[in-house]
Design a protein around this ligand. Structure first.
Ligand SMILES: [Fe+2]
Ligand SMILES: [Fe+2]
Length: 296
């Protein structure tokens, strides 16, 4: 664990968890969970760049941990809660651009069919298939509740049971910038760049949702005064992503990359990949820091 010193985890003298101790613990949890997900990537040079980028953006990861920890340390005003849920959603909800990236791959696959390159075409269709698996749960494939509905239930409950949080006026500009950038890597940049953004996103979201599950449950009961049972129901959006769901998405993203490299003949540019990985952490950190300014 090079990203954080072991001393960051030492117990505070009074035996209770101080705010800074908790933030250090949550930062460490983000690093550990991301490294766990990223270790599934077989492409060794790319995996190394991913891990180096994570270490290089340590300050952003700490800012993210600090933001969640502070938000969950009390009952913020309804206006702040609306801003939080409106902006946070922009950094999580990306199934549409995952499917957009898959559409671009199948268009490349069709072109290879026309060119008589059936082996390449099959690889491209398989690459797109793995992207479909990344978005299955979000889209309710299999009959489960759409993830948007679960997020709506959570955000609305914590916004005084009203859904004004959906209005764009509550979305911070750093959050819209993040979404615009993430979507553009998948819909406008070369397809391989969209895959780089997918790798970092799926590994990061795995870590974030594992890290925040217990603190959110505690906050919902202690500060938002829900029963344990109601809190679990309202926080289903978080729990459905845990227990391996997001880690499996990372594995599908790795498989998609490998099929795409075979089918397209594209090469991995480590410099480009590094820029995308680091930008992702920096922009997510900027969103969470902008939220922190509202409640610190
Ligand atoms: Fe989801
Ligand atoms: Fe995912």
């Amino acid at each position: 664990m090079s990203a954080l010193a072991k001393s960051d985890l030492s117990s505070p003298e009074n035996g209770s968890e101080s705010g800074s101790h908790l933030i250090a613990k949550e930062s460490l949890a983000l690093f550990v969970e991301m490294k766990d997900a990223f270790s599934q990537l077989d492409h060794v040079p790319l995996r190394e760049v991913l891990l180096e980028s994570l270490d290089a953006e340590r300050e952003s990861i700490q800012a993210i941990a600090r933001s969640f920890s502070t938000f969950l340390s009390g009952r913020q005003s309804p206006d702040i809660r609306r801003r939080f849920f409106s902006s946070w959603q922009k950094t999580n909800n990306s199934a549409m651009s995952v499917e957009g990236l898959a559409n671009r791959m199948t268009a490349e696959g069709e072109a290879q069919v026309v060119a008589g390159q059936s082996a390449r075409a099959l690889s491209l269709f398989r690459a797109a298939g793995r992207l479909n698996r990344v978005a299955d749960e979000d889209l309710g494939v299999g009959g489960q509740t759409l993830h948007f509905e679960l997020y709506y239930r959570m955000a609305t409950e914590f916004s005084e049971k009203g859904d004004q949080w959906q209005s764009r006026q509550y979305c911070l500009s750093a959050a819209s910038d993040f979404k615009t950038w993430l979507d553009s890597t998948r819909l406008r940049s070369p397809v391989i760049e969209g895959l780089f953004s997918l790798l970092v996103h799926e590994g990061y979201t795995h870590a974030e949702l594992e890290m925040i599950a217990k603190p959110f449950q505690k906050w919902a009961v202690e500060h938002m005064e829900l029963s344990e049972r109601d809190a679990r129901r309202v926080l289903a959006w978080i729990s459905v992503h845990n227990g391996g769901t997001e880690k499996a998405h990372f594995a599908h993203s790795c498989a998609s990359l490998s099929h795409y490299l075979e089918g397209s003949g594209a090469a991995v540019d480590l410099q480009v990949a590094q820029e995308i990985f680091r930008t992702y952490f920096r922009m997510k950190g900027a969103v969470m820091s902008a939220l922190s300014e509202l409640y610190t």
